[in-house]
Design a protein around this ligand. Structure first.
Ligand code: ADP
Ligand code: MG
Length: 336
């Protein structure tokens, strides 16, 4: 969909191509409602990523970013959508055996490094986990030394010491634990990494170190990356292309530098103004106040209209589709 880069494979299809992703979480009928309702978390998300490029996904908490990530990992099934990955037409319809093979080519880095590290395992075994079921993995007597060597190289790759291979996760700081997660993600030489708020739980002073590490590795290894964050500055730093998400939809998508210089959607502009050093101008266009819409009863029209300074009557009637306004620039707004 996004005409970002040349050099496409598969007859012009991007390496990663997600189309029309939908996920509505069922809620049980309860105290406040007699009928079973749904949380409209993801409402038709499409995005694509070229090989070796980073696609940033940004939006405030609750906009559906993590749900999107979890759908791509097939931790849960979507209600609709397709996900093509290289030669694989649709990851969502793969049988378990095929899915297992594809999963080896994808890795995930989450917000809370501690929760994703088994506290009872030595880091040597943690970081080599993705390799454990491969044929070439050292086994049997005397394999321990070899595994330690592999683990040591991975630790050094992420700026930790090879001497630490026998330590446990609690012996590391938050930033170091996220380095461990990155080392584990790299072990199997993945082609696609999903990073969901990888620095949000870390001290600000540590964040840029981890971001730089991710940037280095991703460029060096030519990994395609979906990089999720609620902080636009962080997303700009890492991403070639950025999609802005609001209430389960992408409202603006554009090459990163273009978006930073000239955002069009009032919601993107609001995010930009909220950035440190962002120009919160006199008579600013977008308002930070106003209600965010209920995801259970989504409005008929534009979900942002309750907060939008450009709102016209038509905006409350119809939800604006995401359309390509300029080559590679997509916008879902009638007025911007
Ligand atoms: P983000 O990562 O952008 O903060 P999420 O994808 O986590 O957004 O959540 C999107 C919406 O879906 C939120 O309103 C959230 O409360 C809701 N949600 C997430 N997981 C569930 C679930 N398991 N059941 C019901 N609602 C959920
Ligand atoms: Mg999230």
């Amino acid at each position: 969909m996004h005409e970002l880069c040349a050099g496409r494979e598969n007859g012009g299809k991007p390496f990663i191509d997600v189309k029309g992703l939908v996920k509505h979480y069922p809620l049980k009928a309860g105290l406040f409602s007699t009928k079973a309702e749904k949380v409209h978390a993801v409402n038709g998300v499409s995005l694509s990523i070229e090989r070796g490029k980073t696609h940033g996904l940004v939006g405030e908490s609750g906009s559906g970013k993590t749900t999107t990530a979890r759908l791509l990992l097939r931790v849960m099934e979507p209600d609709a959508g397709e996900f093509s990955f290289g030669d694989t037409q649709n990851v969502f319809t793969l049988e378990p055996g095929e899915l297992k093979k594809i999963r080896r080519r994808m890795q995930y880095i989450f917000q809370d490094p501690y929760a994703s590290l088994n506290p009872k395992m030595q880091v040597r075994d943690i970081v080599t986990e993705p390799l454990r079921y491969r044929e070439a993995f050292p086994r049997g007597r005397g394999a321990g030394e070899e595994v330690s060597l592999i683990a040591g190289r991975l630790l050094e790759r992420v700026g930790l010491s090879a001497r630490d291979v026998r330590k446990y996760p609690h012996e590391f700081s938050g930033g170091q634990r996220q380095r461990l997660c990155i080392a584990r993600a790299l072990a199997g030489k993945p082609e696609f990494i999903v990073c969901d708020e990888p620095v949000s739980s870390l001290d600000v002073s540590i964040q840029s170190q981890i971001l730089n590490l991710l940037l280095d590795i991703q460029k060096e290894e030519e990994i395609s990356c979906l990089f999720i964050a609620h902080n636009l500055a962080v997303v700009f730093y890492l991403s070639d292309y950025v999609s802005v998400m609001y209430a389960g939809r992408i409202v603006e998508a554009s090459p990163s530098r273009v978006l930073a210089a000239h955002a069009r959607h009032p919601y993107t502009r609001l995010l930009l103004e909220a950035m440190p050093g962002g120009a919160k101008k006199e008579g600013s266009r977008a308002s930070d106040s106003g209600e965010t819409p209920s995801l259970i009863h989504l409005p008929r029209g534009c979900a942002f209209s309750s907060r939008c300074p450009l709102k016209k009557p038509a905006c409350a009637e119809t939800s604006p589709p995401l359309v390509e306004k300029e080559p590679g620039r997509f916008l879902a707004c009638f007025e911007a």
